[in-house]
Design a protein around this ligand. Sequence first.
Ligand code: DGL
Length: 237
Amino acid sequence: MRIGVFDSGIGGVNVLSCLIKKYPYNEYIYFGDTKNLPYGDKTKKELFKLASSAIEFLISQKVEIIIIACGTISSTCYYKLKKKYDIPIYDIISPTISYLKESTYQKIGVIGTKRTIESNIFNINKKNIIMHETPSFVPIIENNLIEDKKKDIIDELKLFENVDILVLGCTHYPLLKKTIEENLNISTLDMGEILSEKIKIRNGSNYSCKLYFTSISVNLIMNIENILQTDYQIYLK
Ligand code: DGL
């Protein structure tokens, strides 16, 4: 099966990696809109336009399903996109919401981009939830500055020290998992892992993975190499 996955940049590659682990025999086409990142504080109108271009590119690559590996697009324009296109489209947030609703967690923390937190999508009834936007994290991650900015990251997340679970509500954030778990006593939840557990995809017989980015940097290549432990090709779109 040919599967399309997209995000603003490296974040969705975390999701892609979870999908490849769970469903190794498929053809993956990834689109990362690095030229236009961060998506996190763009208007809904801008996000809808950018997501439409990403989807149209993936459709032109003959994908059979599309996964929105971006919390920001999922929380702001998923239903509008689903209505616009005939192809099956899945968002990254719904599986995590279902998982949280079924869980026994009492106190939940959520971090995400400005638009995701603002959308209130994680506001699940009957749960004690602390939501916090962390707009500085995406540039830190994309520019490989996690080690340099470690203290700022830890300080910003101290308010979550007594939650049962911290939801990484932006797909870039699993790259902070190590820093968080080593320096703060907080367990994290990765939306890509939940999605790949819950989604039902037909397995094909061949593996391939092509990644298209609207701009390519050394940091991007290094980040991809750290995340994907399989063969892949990178292209400039
Ligand atoms: N990784 C995306 C998300 O999950 C986009 C982050 C950004 O570009 O600001 O929200």
